[in-house]
Design a protein around this ligand. Structure first.
Ligand code: B16
Ligand code: MG
Length: 221
């Protein structure tokens, strides 16, 4: 029996991944670091610090320098987030949230981002969800299950009654580690380990998700 949906934010409900890319790219260009969209794929769903480490590709810089660069990237990122509106929700996102709400299913957002609250405000998402867990609330980010376990706890459901919806390999791993059902959005090369893989939330309904999960046989619904 599924009682909750735990949504990742970036790449699932909205496309802030493009803004993260532009923030890191601006920093990389200023500092003469090689960084392109292909490199950026590895940053999907991972924390700010881990993203910088991946971008540095083994180059070692001081902690002070790391802090300064993370802060600078975040300022560039926030410039873009400031301009967001509810029109930046991805196709199908609000429709599915409304359908879940009408079906009495609990809804949480569990994002690695420390800016998730701000993004949620820009998208006017607060009335559509029951809980938000962000990168400020846990020590271990995805692929650790902590964000999703906390989200399930806040909405009062057990992991095996909860469905994680993720676009990142690290996020699907986190859901599996937490003992939850997993829906992966995107190519199988990236999220193929999820119980159900679909391209996006566009035209996706609750019944289809439940049927897909049941067919996966990974757990018993
Ligand atoms: P911040 P999610 C993740 O959000 C992003 O996918 C990832 O690219 C970003 O580095 C991470 O949040 C941290 O974001 O710098 O704003 O704290 O996919 O977990 O919603
Ligand atoms: Mg994501």
């Amino acid at each position: 029996m599924i009682k909750a949906f735990l949504f990742d934010l970036d790449g699932v409900l909205t496309d802030t991944s493009e803004f993260h890319y532009r923030g890191w790219k601006r920093l990389a260009d200023e500092e003469g670091l090689a960084f392109d969209r292909a490199d950026n794929e590895a940053l999907r769903g991972v924390s700010r610090r881990e993203s910088l480490l991946l971008m540095l590709k083994g180059r070692v810089i001081s902690e002070t320098q790391m802090e300064a660069w993370m802060e600078r990237k975040n300022a560039y990122y926030l410039e873009l987030v400031e301009k967001m509106t509810p029109a930046d929700l991805l196709p199908g996102a609000m429709e599915l949230l409304s359908e879940l709400r009408a079906a009495g299913i609990k809804i949480a957002i569990a994002s690695s981002s420390k800016n998730a609250g701000l993004v949620m405000d820009r998208l006017s998402l607060a009335p559509a969800i029951d809980a938000l867990v962000d990168g400020n609330m846990v020590t271990l980010s995805k692929p650790a299950p902590d964000l999703f376990l906390k989200a399930a706890e806040l909405v009062g459901t057990r992991p095996d009654e909860s469905v994680v919806v993720e676009d990142a390999a690290a996020g699907v791993e986190a859901g599996i580690a937490g003992g939850m059902w997993t829906v992966g959005l995107g190519p199988v090369e990236r999220v193929g380990m999820a119980d159900l893989v679909i391209p996006s939330l566009e035209d996706v309904h609750l019944a289809q998700i439940l049927a897909g999960l049941e067919k996966s046989g990974h757990h018993r619904i």
